[in-house]
Write a protein that binds this ligand. Structure first.
Ligand code: SF4
Length: 446
């Protein structure tokens, strides 16, 4: 059934953080919500405050591209909220300037509802500041808030956004859309959107420098620190549909870089056929979300190379075998070694592995030995600092140890803020030492 009478405006909010980089960040969930709504015949527009290629940045010569469509965001320093006021880090608002955002909103006086997304839990403050502006411009309009933060912490979102009269919609896909439409007394049939629809990239009127797609949603593993398996049912998209969708998007968005945002890319049952099909496109592919090293073999490495994959990140996290097992057992040192060997032998020399620093019970030496192990294999690791994600088993364990409170403000959990106050993990100095160790090794390696 078509419902052409309603008009929605989607908004990808600002990021407020101490540091942020556009490492292929596109609001994939929001683009899918746009696609589902359009499929039912609703009118949809979007303001992506985080599009670095927005016409405002182009006109003002503010685009700072780096490799493969990634780049630096425009930012302005902002005042810190009370809870992190004493942390010696500057807070920045990344994305479109406020004045320009207000101007854009004025074009959408006639919309029936505004849908804002959210991602990281510790970015909720940027979402709040975005909605504060929307509420000022449109005191009466319905504003909906969905996305990952809301699905992880629905009660926090309901309480915090109550004063802005925001309707909080936890959950994903059909469920979220139906809940939203119930405010208009509209009911729609469910649709297999993973299979049938593409993210609505046509909502970008301006240029974009890459697209992000997915061949599956969710992950069947259950790592203790990760929310993905707790948020999504693991679903795969057929090869036919992935290829059809990609062709369709590339017809109107002529980008050179295509990024798979899967959490479990190599678990696709038809991955070899998928990679064969991808090799017929004239683009570069990237896998930034940490693939499963266990599933990389000679054939897969050959196919990655044939399909022109460039940045490939392997999920490694820690070299400590006990911790590997304790956190979910997705990888062993031996598996990382084999995967790396196959990938490098096929010329995939932008392969890297993620290492986590500051995992509970992890020693500085663990991180250092993980870094050494990667360099010995011939790859440069990326070190990410651990962020406790509320409502994961890892978080609950920290609560039961008395190391975190159930209601610790997510702003304090941001990995760049955590070492400044949390006495159960690594100190700021230790983290700095790890980073400088990595820098020195990188320089030597290069
Ligand atoms: S394998 Fe990756 S996506 Fe899957 S549960 Fe573990 S960390 Fe999360």
């Amino acid at each position: 059934m078509k419902h052409s009478s309603k008009h929605f405006l989607l908004i990808n909010p600002w990021i407020y953080d101490t540091a942020a980089y556009d490492f292929w960040l596109k609001p994939l969930g929001l683009l899918y919500i746009g696609s589902i709504l359009k499929n039912y015949g609703f009118k949809v527009n979007m303001i992506d405050l985080m599009n670095r290629h927005d016409k405002y940045f182009k006109e003002n010569n503010l685009i700072k591209d780096r490799y493969y469509g990634t780049g630096k965001y425009y930012f302005e320093e902002v005042e810190k909220p009370e809870i992190i006021r004493d942390i010696p880090r500057k807070l920045k608002r990344y994305g479109l300037p406020e004045k320009e955002f207000r101007k854009r909103l004025e074009n959408y006086k006639e919309v029936d509802g505004i849908i804002v997304t959210s991602t990281m839990t510790y970015w909720y403050y940027g979402v709040y500041k975005t909605i504060e502006i929307i509420r000022e411009v449109f005191p009466e309009k319905r504003i909906f808030l969905g996305g990952i933060y809301v699905s992880i912490m629905p009660e926090h979102a309901k309480q915090y956004f109550h004063k802005l009269n925001v309707k909080v919609i936890p959950g994903t896909g059909n469920m979220a859309v139906n809940q939203l439409l119930s405010y208009y007394d509209i009911k729609v049939d469910t649709i297999n959107w993973v299979e049938e629809l593409e993210p609505a990239y046509e909502l970008y009127e301006d240029e974009i420098s890459y697209i992000v797609i997915t061949s599956s949603i969710g992950c069947p593993f259950k790592c203790t620190y990760c929310f993905t398996p707790r948020m999504w049912k693991y679903q795969i998209r057929s090869v036919k549909s992935i290829i059809k969708g990609l062709k369709k998007i590339l017809e109107f968005k002529k980008v050179k870089d295509v990024v798979f945002f899967d959490d479990a890319f190599l678990l696709h049952p038809e991955k070899e056929r998928l990679l064969e099909e991808l090799s017929k496109f004239n683009v570069r592919f990237h896998l930034p979300n940490g693939i499963h090293a266990r599933l990389v073999n000679e054939k897969i490495a050959e196919l990655f190379s044939k399909a022109n994959f460039k940045v490939i990140k392997l999920g490694y996290e820690t070299s400590n075998e006990e911790l590997q097992k304790k956190t979910g057992g997705k990888v062993t040192n031996e598996e990382l070694l084999k995967a790396t060997k196959f990938l490098l032998a096929n010329g995939l020399n932008e392969t890297s592995a993620y290492i986590m620093a500051n995992l509970p019970d992890q020693k500085v030496e663990d991180v250092i030995s993980g870094i050494d192990f990667c360099f010995d294999l011939g790859i440069i690791p990326s070190v990410n600092e651990f962020t406790p994600i509320p409502n994961t088993p890892q978080y609950m364990e920290l609560v039961s140890r008395g190391w975190l409170k159930m209601d610790t403000d997510p702003l304090l959990l941001n990995n760049s803020i955590l070492p400044h106050w949390w006495k159960y993990g690594m100190s700021v100095e230790e983290i700095e030492m790890i980073k400088s160790y990595l820098r020195v090794k990188k320089n030597k390696f290069n």
